[in-house]
Design a protein around this ligand. Sequence first.
Ligand SMILES: CC(=O)CC(=O)O
Length: 657
Amino acid sequence: MSDRILWQPDQNRIDNSRLMDFRRQLATEQAPVEADYDTFHRWTVDNHSEFWAAIARYFNVQASWDGPVTETEAPVVGERFFPETRINFAENLLAAGNPEDTALIEHREDGRRRTLTFRELRRQSQLLTGFLKQEGVQPGDRVAGFVPNGIEAIVGMLATSQLGGVWTSCSPDFGLHGVIDRFGQTEPKVLIAINGYQYNGKPIDTRERVDAICDELPTLRRLIRVDNLDGLPWRDDAPGADWDDVFDTAPETHYTRMPFNAPLYILYSSGTTGAPKCIVHGIGGTLLQHLKELGLHTDIRPRDRVFYYTTCGWMMWNWVVSSLALGATVVLFDGSPFSPGPSVLWDMAEREQIRIFGVSAKYYAACEKAGLTPRESHDLAHLDALLSTGSPLSHESFDYLYRDVKEDVCVSSISGGTDIVSCFALGNPTLPVYRGELQCLGLGMDVAFADDEGQPLPTGKGELICRNAFPSMPVGFWNDPDNVRFRKAYFSRFPGVWAHGDYGELVPHEHTDSAPAQTGVIIHGRSDAVLNPGGVRIGTAEIYRQVEKVDEVLESLAIGQQWQDDVRVVLFVRLRDDVTLDDDLCQQIRQTVRQNTTPRHVPAKIIQVPDIPRTLSGKIVELAVRKVVHGEPVKNQDALANPEALSHFRDRPELKD
Ligand SMILES: CC(=O)CC(=O)O
């Protein structure tokens, strides 16, 4: 094995994977089963109608199928899949599971555990659909959730989509303005909201925020109140219905099949550069893409226990919930991933026999820094795949996972985002895992990395582009007549080609005696955060990867500061509690960066900060910090989980010389 290969599936695993099963069914002369993955991938891109129709067939998608797969074979913008087909999302998520199988297992940091079978989930959803219909919710109307990652959120989403409505959610850690910036644009008719939640051992009362949200949403007809935390009674005069009372309504058993591209979800961009964009995802496209990613790339099967640590304000929630359409059990967790103790998620993985376990890359890095060795402390026999996203998974975290979590496991770093509610590059149960790389490009996705002129680069760093239509491309932005803002966001950089705003590269591996040919992917960071000292483009992840090797550093953030007609790299570090940055530590950081990269990567300035600002889904915000350092205003600080942290970057004397 090459020393960069950390894991290889055995032949049995390859042969039994859903991906191989799919390939056997679809084998053609151009892409026989024996061909390598890249050949098959190319076939799926070149034959995208045939490919996506095969996905629908393979996963037995329930719909009133009609008409062609795509309306044109034209370029990406505007190409719609299955324009004459009608489909219902909830029907597909609820039909797949055996009625007596467990659909949901919910855990909270306070120890509460609840479960629902598919039969119970179907029943609850149908009751809530009945209630929503009674309240006048119609196809196309929005229902919003201000809810934690628990059972109510999923029932709310399923009930809404059952009647052809559109689900949109914010997690309860969003501040009032953050919620209004979002729901104020999408104008829900019904809001499902909680009275409070616990995070990191602290109860948080959300009742005042819910009252204020209701006051600010003139379109709202009804609040549905969920008693999520004991001892926080709602105001007597609060308008609305209680979650439990809703279920006195007659159930609605009919699934309203809507046009394939009708809206299913409205997701929001992080909003760190202005009002959040309201990104509309279609019913059928979301479903097909998720079935492909969860079934073929993640190898999920009926009754598998699948977990992703997320909130309802991050697209990973929408992604993982689609596992229900494969008859799998979705494990939900609400709370701090380190409360009541640092191993709470590993405890849950053991207890629930989780097969697919997903978190952010930062969580794995934090586990390593905390010295956790789940491999010794936990029985993880059921674990088959560890997923990671949110930011690039560092080489060291790959090593950590194989050394200290489990040796025989597929570590899949996955990357895409809210804009496509899915991935461009992700895992593959039939391919080796190379240190620092995402295993492959997603089937059917014509992804490349391009130079400044938009020309694809066979190797070397560039802008992530996608050159063909894919079903989970948003159907548009909300309130964006003629798609003006939508086109500007994704198609203005290179006309007719989706530019995602990620900076990365392809890594071709040739066929060897011990490994198949494979094209891996490295993401170096967001392209708008790329550093440009002396005209050399450096992705921020290239620096973080080195800096975070230093034991004293918990987290870091790099920006380019305009300095004497050039750009200099400034690195901010958050250190362990008892550590102060001194010359020796600066020297150690610089040396680690210099040894493993180039002199251009070495930070000109290193500054200790007590906290680093991040979005509500946990991503560090380089752009906001760059603005603060340059004395520019940062709009929309409500988009941040910890906006107060920005003050640590303002007027730093170290940056004046
Ligand atoms: C799949 C992803 O890319 C998730 C994210 O980082 O937002």
